[in-house]
Design a protein around this ligand. Structure first.
Ligand SMILES: C[S@@+](CC[C@H](N)C(=O)[O-])C[C@H]1O[C@@H](n2cnc3c(N)ncnc32)[C@H](O)[C@@H]1O
Length: 216
């Protein structure tokens, strides 16, 4: 598979296509764009697998609607972001559920569940609300030049394609500057009647308006 590189400062290189586990892909992207010891707000912390075995130090504020660990602040991320102070974090990480619950009625999901339902399903309305929150609150909550990393799975459900990553990308490009899209291909076979998956994308934006990006 072809691998493209982006260069930064002429020295460090970053792959745009990862064939490793998604926690390593996330950690590589984080380390590339966000300095160690920065304050990261993870608004869908879940079990914290994304952070597993990370050697570098970051200060993490852990938010999730499920309280899986004691150090997780239990909150809906829309409410949390709405109340969060201006310019208060260096990075936001968003790894929402994958599938729209209402679109999978025809599938026997029990056999296909790898994780808990609340972890992998949400509704299209929740997705649209999240788009709104991202566009309105993220540029306010991030410090200037702060970074948002979004892990999204564009999904096929049967033959219908839901271009969620593009929707997120279009929405955030109205208010911030895009730094890249990174792909983690899923190479699992899709037997008939399986909820089909597409690749996982990491979308990265910086809190600076497109017209001011020469200040980067
Ligand atoms: C794909 S999982 C995240 C996995 C996590 N990054 C990890 O490494 O374990 C999606 C998470 O989003 C959480 N979630 C879904 N809707 C939410 C909401 N409105 N507010 C906060 N968390 C939410 C779920 O509880 C679930 O833990």
């Amino acid at each position: 598979m072809a691998k493209a590189n982006i260069k930064r400062g002429g020295k460090r290189k970053m792959l745009t296509c990862f064939q490793e586990t998604t926690n390593l892909a996330f950690q590589n992207i984080l380390k590339f764009f966000v300095k160690q010891n920065s304050l990261v707000l993870d608004i869908t912390y879940g079990r914290g697998f994304s952070w597993k075995n990370l050697k570098e130090t970051y200060k993490i504020i852990k938010i999730d609607k499920r309280k899986i660990n004691d150090d997780v602040i239990q909150s809906d991320f829309n409410d949390y972001l709405l109340k969060k102070e201006d310019s208060s974090v260096d990075c936001i990480y968003f790894d929402p559920p994958y599938y729209f619950k209402e679109k999978i009625k025809d599938y026997d999901i029990k056999k296909q569940m790898f994780n808990e339902e609340k972890e992998v399903f949400w509704t299209e309305d929740e997705f649209n609300q999240a788009l709104n929150t991202l566009q309105n609150e993220v540029p306010r909550v991030l410090r200037k030049r702060g970074i948002i990393i979004i892990k999204m799975m564009d999904g096929y459900i049967g033959k219908y394609y839901y271009p969620n990553t593009f929707k997120v990308f279009n929405s955030l490009s109205n208010v911030m500057t895009s730094l890249g899209i990174f792909i983690c291909p899923i190479q699992r076979k899709n037997p008939q009647n399986f909820i089909r998956e597409n690749h996982i994308y990491y979308v990265v934006f910086q809190n600076i308006k497109e017209e001011n990006k020469n200040e980067l």
